[in-house]
Design a protein around this ligand. Structure first.
Ligand code: GUN
Ligand code: ZN
Length: 450
């Protein structure tokens, strides 16, 4: 049993071993091992088993008893170039974009700035237990060049794309449709499928896209059908009205994207708060998915996502932070806000369902569930080691938990980045909490191998 290429971790484990079609099914797909052993080899999961005395003969055993290991969190919608403007005051979507977002994104023409912010951004993901994300860059190719370079060095499974936009924004962020096609094409050939990286065609949203630009996106998707499509849909009532004005020939907002064949299994639409019945149906019929971004939707006053309807319509969803409209990189806190959004609509989001969306469900929404999302043999070894109690309040509350469901619910209600003890990517620890328990002080990245 002692094979030098194997790594064994002893801890408590929680994951979902299969997909769910209905919220009532989610808990039955869950697996909880109070005392388990996870075995890894060369970046992949070999097995997850209950601990037995036999395991004590195994070679290297990393003892993490007292910790809870879950699959790495999946953030299905985030903007890395908005990291430095998180928490911008006072505006709703369209004014927020003009006043805060566009000027900050303008700075990413500088490759050095992009490289510095890429490194900072990825450390924020890892410090919060997020091992996979679907990421917006800016219109500048150098923005995603920097991000892919940094994510590749970490061997992260990350999907990103250069924003495509040719109208209704400041000149310094606009490009021609031909330029957009050419630069995007070069990035795809360079990065899509390299290591664990993937490329997402990223038209910002319909209002910043001319028909000619959308035609270029369609063309690229036809040429590279296994790329992702990543954009915004139906976030804010003024935005929806504007799309109807800009595209009067289309039946609605989603029809603009659908017309250019941008719906489908690898298409992820952020927000989807004000959809019409036909749009829900189109998302279902085309097997498109949604990124539900609760902290962003509350922060910008955009609206309440109808989670129950997404189940009813059988549309895949994942959780997105949508930083910098979202107010945290942390998926635990984001799940806590998702719970409140559901409460406002008389829907009771269970801890089981919440953690499903943040792990296997999110992986499924990105069409990555063959690679990540749980601890099944052969999956890639991306996971997060949670410390369930890092403050006096959490310790007290935890002592009053009766089962794993209550413990998980308390984590998503009281938890934050202090609860992320370690983050593992591709079978290696890439981030470690250095503050002592209960101190609540800041986190430091660990030195990376190589
Ligand atoms: N719609 C178009 N661009 C953006 C953006 O950067 N953030 C959000 N939340 N919505 C958008
Ligand atoms: Zn967004």
């Amino acid at each position: 049993m002692s094979d030098a290429s194997l790594t064994h971790l002893r801890a408590s484990f929680f994951d979902f071993t299969g997909l769910a079609q209905q919220p009532e099914e989610v808990a039955s797909r869950a697996r909880y091992l109070q005392d388990g052993v996870l075995t890894l080899r060369a970046g992949n999961i070999v097995s997850l088993e209950a601990w037995t005395e036999q395991h004590s003969q195994a070679g290297e055993m990393i003892d993490l008893r007292g910790k809870l290991i879950v699959p790495g969190f999946v953030d299905t919608h985030i903007h890395y170039p908005q990291t430095e403007m998180i928490g911008a005051w006072g505006e709703q979507l369209l004014q927020w974009l003009n006043q805060y977002t566009f000027p900050v994104e303008g700075q990413y023409h500088c490759a050095e700035h992009a490289a510095q912010m890429s490194a900072f951004f990825l450390q924020q993901l890892l410090a919060n237990g997020t091992t996979t994300a679907l990421v917006f860059g800016t219109v500048h190719p150098q923005s995603v060049e920097a991000l892919f370079t940094a994510a590749g060095q970490l061997a992260m499974r990350l999907i990103a794309g250069k924003v495509m936009m040719d109208r209704n924004a400041p000149d310094y962020l606009l490009e021609s449709p031909q330029q957009s096609y050419q630069q995007t094409r070069e990035l795809i050939t360079r990065w899509h499928g390299r290591g664990r990286l993937g490329y997402a065609l990223t038209p910002r949203f319909a209002p910043t896209s001319s028909p000619a630009l959308l035609e270029q996106v369609r063309q690229l998707h036809e040429e590279f059908p296994d790329t992702w499509v990543h954009t915004h849909l139906s976030e804010n009532p003024d935005e929806v009205a504007w799309v109807k004005q800009l595209f009067p020939q289309h039946e609605g907002y989603l029809d603009v994207y659908h017309h250019y064949q941008l719906t489908g299994r690898r298409s992820v639409f952020a927000h989807c708060l004000h959809l019409e019945d036909a749009e829900w149906q189109c998302l279902h019929d085309t097997d498109s998915s949604i990124a539900f971004c609760p902290t962003s939707n509350l922060f910008l006053g955009s609206g309440l996502f109808n989670l129950q309807r997404s189940w009813r319509q059988r549309v895949r969803i994942g959780i997105g932070t949508d930083v910098g409209a979202g107010t945290t990189f942390n998926l635990l806190q984001t799940l806590g806000e998702a719970y409140k959004v559901a409460q406002l609509q008389q829907y009771r989001l269970s801890a089981a369902e919440a953690f499903y969306h943040a792990t296997l469900g999110g992986a499924h929404a990105l069409d990555l569930d063959d690679h990540i999302g749980n601890f099944m043999p052969g999956k890639e070894a991306d996971f997060v080691v949670l410390d369930p109690a890092v403050s006096p309040l959490q310790t007290l509350r935890n002592a009053n938990c009766n089962d794993i469901w209550e413990q998980l619910f308390v984590l998503m209600t009281l938890g934050d980045d202090r609860n992320i003890y370690q983050t593992w990517v591709n079978g290696k620890p890439v981030w470690q909490q250095t503050s002592s328990p209960h101190s609540g002080s800041c986190c430091q990245p660990v030195k990376l191998p190589g």
